[in-house]
Design a binder for this molecule. Structure first.
Ligand SMILES: *Cc1c(COP(=O)(O)O)cnc(C)c1O
Length: 433
C-alpha cells in the first residue's frame, strides 16, 4: 500500500487541512457533529491517556467490575453450585452468544461463546473439513494472524488438506484455478480485517465467490466485530470465529465465539466432542451424541467469571447500532489520517483511505516503529507495535473523540521532532512486548 497517501484524495468530510489551528477547529466541529455516538461515559478510562489499543485489549465498560464482584460474592460465594441453575450459568455460552449475535448480523441460535479464538478456530476449521469431505484444499491468507496460520496448517495436516495461500482479493481467481486443476477448495478461511495494516476485505464478495466454487466461507472477525457491520446472515457466511477482548471489550482472556449458520448447525461435527455439547450432558452417557443446536460446539466447562464479565461488557453497545459505531469510526480514522499527514512529514499510512477498504485502525510504517510507540506511550498516547515496522493506532470509536485523534497525531510529530523514538529508553526492545 506504499504511496496510497499521495494518490487517494481526501473525502468531502475531511477536506485538506494543514494548519494546527484548522485541525483543532475541525476536531471540535466533528466532535460536535458526532456527539450522539460519543459513549465515553460508558467506559472507565484514565483521564490522561489517549487509548489507541482497543483492538488489542478493549477498555473497561462501566458496571463490569460491579457485575464481576456480584458473580464472585453472590453467585459463587453464596449460592455455590446451585448457580448453574439458579443463575443460569449452564446456558451462558449460548445466551451470551445470542447477546453478541446482533453485533455480528446473526439471528439467534447460531453463536456460542467459550474457549479461546485459537480453540474455536480449530473446532471450526475441522467442522468445515467434515462438511466438505470430498474436497481437500483450504485457501487462506499468508498475511493472517499467526495463530490462524498455525491452526490452518495443523488442521490441514489432520484433515488431509493442502493449504493454498492467497489474499482475499485473490480468492476468486485462486478458487477458479483450483477448479480447473481438478482440486476444488473445501473452504476459504480469512480475516475480515488485516490485523497489521487495517485493510478491510470484501467479505460479501469473497463469500459469494467461495459459494460459486462450492466452497465454504470461514471468517475470523477478531478485528471487525464491534467496530463495523459484519452481516453474517445477510452475506450467507458459513462459519466464523472471533475474539471478544478487542473491540467487544470483554476483558483480558475473555472467551471467543463461534458462529455456525443455521443451515449447517445439525451437520457440524465437533472435533473436540466435550460433555457440555452432549445431547444429555447429565445422563453421563458412555458415548457422545451432540445436542441438536449450536451448543454442540461447546467443549468443556467455560470460564464462567470471564463469560459473565463479557455479558456485562456487551451492555456498552446497548441502544447503539453497529452502523452508528462504524460511521463514527470512519470519521475518526479519516481525521486521524488527515491529522497525521498534516503534522508528520513523509508519514506512510498503510491503512487504505477508501472507506470500503478501511478497518478501524490507522497503521503507519516507520523504520523505528517500536521506539515511536514507546515514546508516544510515555506521552500518554497508547498504541502498539507490530513487527517489523508498524505503528498501529487502533480506533475503538465508542470511547474516542476527534480531539483524541489530534492529540495522537501531535504526539507522533513531537516524538519525531525531539528524536524521542531514538532514546534508548524507548528504542531498545524488551524481551516481551
Ligand atoms: C487477536 C486474534 C487472535 C487471538 O487468538 P487467541 O486464541 O484469543 O489468543 C486470533 N486470530 C486473530 C485474527 C486475532 O486478531
Amino acid at each position: 500500500m506504499a504511496g496510497c497517501a499521495s494518490v487517494e484524495q481526501n473525502d468531502a468530510v475531511h477536506g485538506p487541512t494543514t494548519s494546527s489551528a484548522e485541525l483543532e477547529a475541525r476536531a471540535h466541529a466533528l466532535d460536535a457533529a458526532h456527539g450522539g455516538t460519543d459513549l465515553r461515559e460508558r467506559f472507565e478510562l484514565p483521564a490522561a491517556v489517549v487509548y489507541l489499543d482497543g483492538n488489542s485489549l478493549g477498555a473497561l465498560p462501566r458496571g463490569v467490575a460491579e457485575r464481576v464482584a456480584e458473580v464472585v460474592r453472590v453467585e459463587w460465594g453464596r449460592d455455590l453450585v446451585g448457580s448453574w441453575n439458579d443463575h443460569d450459568w449452564w446456558d451462558a455460552p449460548r445466551r451470551v452468544g445470542d447477546r453478541l449475535a446482533p453485533l455480528l448480523g446473526a439471528a439467534p441460535g447460531q453463536v456460542v461463546v467459550g474457549d479461546s479464538t485459537t480453540v474455536r478456530l480449530f473446532q471450526t476449521l475441522h467442522a468445515a473439513a467434515r462438511l466438505r469431505p470430498d474436497r481437500h484444499v483450504l485457501v487462506t491468507d499468508p498475511g493472517s494472524f499467526p495463530t490462524d496460520l498455525y491452526v490452518a496448517d495443523a488442521v490441514a495436516q489432520q484433515a488431509g488438506w493442502t493449504v493454498e495461500h492467497a489474499t482475499p482479493d485473490e480468492a476468486a481467481a485462486t478458487l477458479a484455478r483450483l477448479d480447473e486443476e481438478g482440486r476444488p477448495a473445501a473452504a476459504v478461511a480469512f480475516s475480515q480485517v488485516d490485523y497489521r495494516t487495517g485493510r478491510l476485505w470484501d467479505l460479501p464478495g469473497v463469500t459469494a465467490a467461495a459459494h460459486r466454487a462450492g466452497a465454504l466461507a470461514v471468517w475470523d472477525l477478531s478485528h471487525s466485530a464491534g467496530a463495523l457491520p459484519v452481516g453474517l446472515d445477510e452475506h450467507a457466511v458459513d462459519l466464523a470465529v472471533g475474539c471478544t477482548y478487542k473491540f467487544l471489550n470483554g476483558g483480558p482472556g475473555a472467551p471467543a465465539y463461534g458462529y455456525v449458520a443455521s443451515r449447517h448447525v445439525r451437520d457440524v461435527v465437533p472435533v473436540l466432542p466435550g460433555w457440555q455439547g452432549h445431547a444429555r450432558p447429565f445422563a453421563m452417557e458412555r458415548t457422545y451424541e451432540p445436542v441438536d443446536d449450536v451448543a454442540r460446539m461447546r467443549i468443556g466447562t467455560p470460564p464462567m467469571i470471564a463469560l459473565l464479565a463479557l455479558e456485562a461488557a456487551l451492555g456498552a453497545f446497548d441502544g447503539v447500532t453497529i452502523d452508528a459505531v462504524r460511521a463514527r469510526s470512519l470519521s475518526l480514522t479519516g481525521f486521524l489520517r488527515d491529522a497525521l499527514e498534516a503534522s508528520v512529514t513523509g508519514v506512510e499510512v498503510l491503512t487504505p483511505h477508501d472507506p470500503a477498504r478501511r478497518g478501524s485502525q490507522v497503521s503507519v510504517r516507520h523504520p523505528q516503529a517500536y521506539g515511536v510507540v514507546r515514546a508516544m506511550a510515555a506521552r500518554g498516547v497508547v498504541g502498539d507495535f507490530r513487527a517489523p515496522d508498524v505503528v498501529r493506532l487502533g480506533v475503538a470509536a465508542p470511547y474516542l473523540t476527534h480531539a483524541d485523534m489530534l492529540t495522537a497525531a501531535r504526539a507522533f510529530a513531537a516524538v519525531l521532532a525531539a528524536d524521542e523514538h531514538l532514546d534508548p529508553e524507548h528504542a531498545v526492545r524488551a524481551a516481551v512486548t
